[in-house]
Write a protein that binds this ligand. Structure first.
Ligand code: PLP
Length: 355
């Protein structure tokens, strides 16, 4: 019955998110969610908004949330764009800012949604290989291009590009939008948003799904100079003018107002990341230096797909990409203490069984 489809639908290869199995007692370390619950203040805010005002449409411009985010990042409200998760913000950005005659550049190993958006919006792109140590080398981006996008820290590698290098890239391409996807920046990097007022070509996206433990409410945002935000607003208001719903907005605001909870949970994840890394290195894994809430690791002798299966048999799920260059790596989300200990316990058994 696909003769009913619009022509482009035949060409699409949609993104496949990490699985969300409905199995009890599963240790889910495959989709980079936060192991800790949302701030209690965010949950209270949702409860307080759960009333008969839900019969009304939400604020179409999400003004209060924009102001909260602007204050937090020392920007103005017209430098903030909000959407249903940063995936939606990215979708609008691909259409509004990244589609040009020259190709969009992004790393060969990065967020697998990028090529999917290029397919949907018919954007020409060129993959720039990461170095042998899975780092972005900005000199490789010294070529004509329509725009540049990369996650920082990168996913699924976890590797961070230093702020000085981000700035050097902005200077290298002053007439080209550089979109820095900072989904994981709170776990170990310094945000490029401090450069926004200096660089009219910089757009930064962030999300509440990872460091704020709110993947379920779908809020993400972009920060940049007002002319870039206006392009996003034009596309958004040609698509769905009511992005943030009336429960998500107060939750998002409350999450940004609870700085101590945020710092405490991020720090716990960073400490756990260091602990899991050290344990795995002692077991013969090479773990890439990570600035994110996950690690990317390969074992000296054991096959990655095999390890994934053995963990799965023990109800521990990690992410595996059967793709060139990374098919011997596991991407493991940092969990809570119990989950991390179970992971290390099972990895220890797997390594010892193989001897
Ligand atoms: C998780 C993630 C996102 C999207 O997060 P949302 O839940 O849609 O806000 C965007 N970019 C990268 C690199 C991610 O890992």
């Amino acid at each position: 019955m696909s003769q009913f489809w619009s022509p482009i639908v035949h060409t699409l290869t949609p993104y496949v998110p990490g699985e969300q199995p409905k199995v009890a007692n599963l240790i889910k370390l495959n989709t980079n969610e936060n192991p800790y619950p949302p701030s209690p203040k965010a949950l209270e805010a949702i409860a307080a908004a759960n009333n008969d005002r839900l019969k009304l449409y939400p604020d179409p411009s999400s003004d209060k949330l924009k102001q909260t985010l602007a204050n937090y990042h020392h920007l103005t409200a017209d430098q903030v764009f909000v959407g249903n998760g940063s995936d939606e913000v990215l979708a609008h950005a691909f259409q509004a800012l990244l589609k040009h005659d020259k190709p969009l550049l992004f790393p060969d190993i990065s967020y697998s949604f990028y090529p999917v958006y290029c397919g949907l919006y018919d954007i020409d792109y060129q993959l720039i290989p990461l170095t042998d140590t899975f780092e972005i080398n900005i000199d490789d981006y010294q070529q004509p291009c329509g725009a540049i996008i990369f996650p920082n820290p990168n996913a699924p590698t976890g590797r961070l590009l230093a702020l000085e290098s981000v700035e050097a890239l902005l200077k290298m391409h002053p007439d080209t939008v550089v979109l820095v996807d900072e989904a994981y920046i709170d776990f170990g990097g310094q945000s490029a948003c401090v450069l926004i007022n200096q660089y009219p070509n910089l757009l930064v996206t962030q999300t509440l799904s990872k460091s704020r433990s709110l993947a379920g409410i779908r809020v993400g945002f972009a920060l940049g100079q007002a002319h870039l935000i206006e392009a996003l607003e034009r596309v958004k208001n040609s698509f769905n003018s009511y992005p943030i719903d009336s429960l998500a907005m107060p939750a998002a605001i409350a999450a940004f107002e609870d700085q101590s909870y945020f710092e405490e949970t991020c720090q716990k994840i960073i400490d756990s990341r260091n602990h899991v890394t050290a344990t795995m290195e002692a077991l013969g894994f090479n773990v890439l230096p990570s600035a994110a809430n996950f690690i990317f690791a390969t074992h000296a002798t054991l096959d990655a797909a095999d390890i994934v299966q053995q963990l799965r048999d023990e109800a521990i799920i990690v992410r595996y990409f059967n793709k060139p260059r990374i098919n011997q790596f596991l991407r493991i989300t940092i969990g809570n203490d119990y989950e991390n200990n179970r992971l290390c316990e099972e990895l220890t058994k797997i390594v010892h069984r193989s001897k």
